[in-house]
Design a protein around this ligand. Structure first.
Ligand code: ADP
Ligand code: ZN
Length: 304
């Protein structure tokens, strides 16, 4: 048996067929056309699914269902993508009903960080864990809360918006309107913004980490401060949820060792030593297909 996974992101949309062991078979990736109407995009996804099924010679009865993950906020239970800032045209799109009608198979929608958490639980860094948090540090910052052996999604499926925990209210204004949110201070976007200001030229987060590794005088303290902010976010999460693990993924986590060393240090100092807790801070294991696998996991493992 197989499931279809669809990962709708702000930059690309991946659609693929995933088996019961989380292995990705035929898949297709298209850039997200944020100017196109959602209906046109959904038509395109429908065509891709039909192509993939033909290509892999699947019959409809081999497919258990379709899992869809998308950026929040959304209405998971109603199956609507409501108003994600990364997909400005996707206002109140009942994607679950649309796909269900067209492809006559069950469809489940979930926020992308939640889906990534399910993927790490299924075949990634959290397989042995019943209580963990998946933290993604990418363009924005979000989390999937997996506690007591299941996803904690909240009333509408939007729990885990940890990017909007306030870390320092003396700082600038986040897109949510508050000052000094974690996302404002430590996302890839934040790193690029802060370093570009300091250096007086446009730098991506990747560029900034090149300078960091070269020991650049102004960038090293800036990035060390970012690592401290991420540490503060983790301490907040540990105090709130007492997880066995925090799995960190997303583009910025590819900064690797220095980030993990700094965050572990901070966490040891302020969350573990004082209380005797043992929360591990570990890198995500799934990279390229985490969204697809997580979307398929909704079909194989979702328990409401
Ligand atoms: P998305 O936000 O679309 O899910 P990513 O998880 O790749 O995409 O996150 C993109 C952010 O991560 C960008 O700000 C990018 O500059 C940053 N990033 C990507 N790769 C690296 C890297 N190797 N080191 C540091 N930052 C990175
Ligand atoms: Zn915010």
């Amino acid at each position: 048996k197989h499931a279809i996974g669809i990962d709708i992101g702000g930059t690309k949309i991946a659609t693929g067929i995933v088996d019961a062991y989380g292995q990705v078979g035929p898949y297709q990736m298209i850039p997200t056309d944020t100017t196109a109407s959602p209906m046109a995009v959904i038509n395109e996804i429908e065509d891709i699914i039909k192509e993939l099924l033909t290509e892999g010679d699947y019959s409809p009865k081999d497919i258990l269902g379709i899992g869809v993950c998308a950026p929040g906020p959304l209405e998971a239970r109603q199956g609507r993508i409501t108003c994600p800032p990364n997909l400005p045209k996707w206002k109140d799109i009942p994607i679950v009903n649309l796909l269900q009608e067209r492809l006559s198979t069950p469809v489940i929608l979930e926020n992308d960080a939640n889906a990534a958490a399910l993927a790490e639980k299924w075949i990634g860094a959290a397989q042995d864990s019943e209580h963990f948090i998946y933290l993604t540090i990418s363009t924005g910052i979000g989390a999937g809360l997996f506690l007591h052996g299941r996803l904690v999604t909240g009333a509408r499926g939007n729990a885990g918006e940890v990017g909007h925990m306030v870390i320092d209210p003396t700082q600038g204004i986040c897109r949510c309107g508050q000052r000094g949110c974690l996302e404002w201070l430590a996302s890839g976007t934040a790193i690029s913004r802060m370093a570009s200001e300091v250096m007086n030229r446009d730098l991506t987060a990747e560029d900034v980490f090149v300078l960091y590794r070269q020991g650049h005088e102004q960038i090293v303290p800036l990035i060390d401060q970012v690592f401290t902010y991420i540490g503060m976010g983790c301490v907040n999460l540990i105090n709130l949820f007492d997880p066995e693990k925090i799995v960190i993924g997303g583009g910025v986590s590819q900064a690797g060792q220095p980030l993990f060393d700094a965050v572990r240090n901070y966490v040891h100092r302020y969350a573990l030593n004082p209380s005797g807790r043992k929360t591990e801070i570990v890198p995500a294991q799934l990279k390229q297909h985490v969204g697809l696998i997580g979307a398929a996991a909704l079909i194989f493992h979702h328990r409401e």
